[in-house]
Write a protein that binds this ligand. Structure first.
Ligand code: SF4
Ligand code: SF4
Length: 129
């Protein structure tokens, strides 16, 4: 595996995060919205809730602005990922994830890594700028 410097890893992290955010903004697979009762809903919402539910980083306005959770940004729940119209964004997000993993950024699809902030991930790599 190629090892990057701390600064290069942080720059790569930010670039991947911006690209993933732009993909989600342009394709809007999650369709997050608030209903008349003030509840936050999304395309993958189920009776047990949605993927951000219970996360320490969730604020009334959504994910905290400084959190920048790359693992979350390159992941989509199965319900939404399986929709044919979302195939292009799923493929593009997967490519971003593979790039990050290949260069040493932990982006496992599990509920520990998924909820890690930029600081938590880069600190775990001793790569904070
Ligand atoms: S990944 Fe699924 S559960 Fe999470 S916000 Fe998107 S649609 Fe909702
Ligand atoms: S860290 Fe992930 S799970 Fe938590 S609020 Fe942000 S996007 Fe949602």
């Amino acid at each position: 595996m190629t090892r990057l410097s701390a600064v290069a890893t942080a720059q790569l992290y930010d670039a991947l995060f911006e690209q993933a955010s732009a993909l989600l903004r342009d394709h809007n697979p999650c369709q997050i919205h608030t209903n008349d009762a003030g509840e936050t809903l999304c395309a993958g919402h189920s009776p047990s809730g949605w993927c951000c539910e219970g996360c320490e980083h969730l604020t009334p306005a959504g994910c905290g602005v400084d959190v920048k959770p790359l693992a979350c940004r390159v992941w989509l729940c199965q319900k939404v990922a399986d929709r044919p119209k979302n195939k292009p964004v799923v493929i593009a997000l997967r490519a971003l994830r593979q790039t990050g993993v290949a260069l040493g950024i932990p982006l496992d699809y599990d509920y520990v890594t998924l909820r890690k902030s930029r600081t938590q991930i880069l600190t775990s790599l001793r790569a904070v700028k």
